[in-house]
Design a protein around this ligand. Structure first.
Ligand code: ZN
Length: 146
């Protein structure tokens, strides 16, 4: 019999996304942004999609967003994710720039009450929230309380 595969964890040291995880550990939601034209560089390419410059820096954002789409995963196709099912996989548009979409999980929500366009906000929680303790804080989202 083979060992069960561990819960999938991100590479916290990967240069393109390490600042995201470091910010989340501080309780901040940050994405890379061009310092010349203010366009976001997400998912990071290392250069600006708009002006093609390379003057990119990580910016702390409000953490407010709008629900673009979601799926309730009742039975994880990837077995290591089974302990956290059911969970809500989602795409949110960050309010700082609606053209920038962020793939995340929704927490603290009733799936039947989710609506496209509803306001959501970042919540920092363990990546394996709530079933698996990973020790990694992740920018997850929840329906806005404001
Ligand atoms: Zn730019």
């Amino acid at each position: 019999m083979s060992e069960p595969r561990p819960f999938p964890l991100p590479d916290l040291q990967h240069a393109s996304t390490a600042p995201l995880w470091k910010a989340a550990a501080r309780g901040e939601f940050a994405l890379p942004r061009c310092r010349d034209c203010w366009a976001f560089d997400w998912y990071p390419k290392g250069h600006c999609r708009k002006c093609h410059g390379s003057n990119i820096d990580w910016t702390t954002l409000s953490g407010r967003a709008t629900l673009f789409s979601w799926a309730v995963v009742k039975r994880a196709l990837h077995k290591p994710l089974a302990p956290i099912a059911p969970y809500v996989s989602a795409i949110v548009e960050i309010d700082d720039d609606r053209l920038t979409r962020f793939v995340t999980r929704l927490i603290d929500c009733e799936p039947a009450e989710l609506r496209i366009g509803m306001p959501v906000e970042v919540r920092f929680a363990d990546l394996g929230y709530p079933a698996v303790e990973t020790g990694i804080m992740a920018p997850l989202f929840a329906p806005s309380t404001q």
